[in-house]
Design a protein around this ligand. Structure first.
Ligand SMILES: *[C@@H]1O[C@H](CO)[C@@H](O)[C@H](O)[C@H]1NC(C)=O
Length: 319
């Protein structure tokens, strides 16, 4: 469904605008009502969205324009920063800079790729790494934002959203293989932080339903378990009981180190070779996926890309 992002996309509700090489997404009928730090407030006849966007500049996170009063207000915060209150108001259009990739209402927050020999969780928690900041967005390789033809990508994408986990309504965890989404789960993001959303009790829809929400899973966490060399480092876990390597099963698990005891002992036949190429993203095609050689389920598969998308909560539209 989300497999054809070939370029930077900036369209929400059919509107987008580019100003001074920054890009903004527009949302009609919404304004920031409190909590924002105003940089500029300007009124002039026939105020336009592009003109207001041009006032927003490099350090600005959001702006809003009133069609009634010809007013432009720019703010230093991004609209989903903690403390910002939004309200629906048909007079105003809100513009905001955020992650550089969106697809409909979904915004890309994180993208990792197999075989890059870089730690996924370490990147996930590396506060301050923002590949979508105005300073960095221009230099970030486009190929590492793509969900097709990504073979030459050499790094992960981490949005500032991970450090501003506010107003998140839903989170889509997505596994991509050969340019197509092969498994996913959508989680209820309301009231979560950047790790707590990942729990089976929050799954609203998934290619792994119904089992993923009814099975008892072992520590279903992003952080998971990570031991030293010779043990295992497993993240983003929706994983069954500890039955011993040959019999284990999962819906998904990320091997996030160049070793994994079960793989290294030859018990997980489809898990690749983390020593050569980690991380390894494993997913079941439907139902439980067998990790071990004597698991009772169809064997788990390897994905190329793991992507996390978010959908923001907006005030309800005025009736
Ligand atoms: C999402 O979670 C919140 C908080 O737990 C809850 O109030 C809300 O009803 C949930 N939404 C859906 C659609 O399940």
């Amino acid at each position: 469904m989300y497999a054809f992002l070939s370029t930077l996309a900036f369209v929400v509700c059919g509107a987008s605008v580019r100003a001074t090489s920054l890009m903004y997404t527009l949302r009609a009928g919404v304004r920031i009502s409190s909590g924002g730090t105003v940089i500029i407030r300007s009124v002039r006849a026939k105020m336009t969205v592009p003109f207001c966007a041009s006032l927003c500049g490099a350090t600005c996170g959001a702006f809003q324009v009133s069609s009634m009063t010809d007013e432009c207000v720019t703010f230093s915060e991004r609209f989903h920063t903690k403390g910002i209150e939004l309200t629906s108001d048909p007079e105003w259009t809100l513009g905001y800079s955020q992650s550089s990739v969106s697809d409909g209402d979904w915004t890309l927050a994180f993208r990792a790729q197999t075989g890059l020999n870089a730690y996924v969780y370490k990147t996930w928690v590396s506060d301050g790494t923002h590949h979508d900041s105005p300073e960095e967005a221009g230099d970030f390789p486009q190929v590492c934002l793509r969900l097709v033809d990504y073979g030459s990508c050499d790094r992960y994408f981490r949005s500032q959203i991970l450090d501003n986990w506010e107003k998140i309504q839903e989170v889509r965890f997505s596994m991509v293989k050969s340019g197509a989404e092969v498994a996913y789960a959508v989680f209820n993001g309301t009231g979560t932080d950047r790790e707590s959303w990942f729990h089976p009790s929050r799954i609203m829809s998934s290619s792994w339903q119904p089992g993923v929400t009814t099975d008892t899973l072992t520590r279903p966490e992003i952080k998971g378990y990570c031991g030293g060399t010779g043990t295992a480092c497993r993240r983003f876990k929706l994983y069954g009981a500890s039955l011993g390597c040959p019999k284990e099963w999962a819906y998904t698990v990320t091997i996030d180190a160049p070793y994994d005891a079960c793989v290294d002992q030859g018990h997980w036949p489809t898990a690749g070779d983390p020593a050569q190429d980690f991380p390894v993203f494993l997913y079941s095609q439907s139902g439980r996926g067998g990790l071990g050689e004597s698991a009772e389920y169809p064997l788990i598969q390897r994905a190329d890309v793991m992507a996390v998308w978010v959908k923001f909560a907006w005030p309800p539209a005025n009736k």
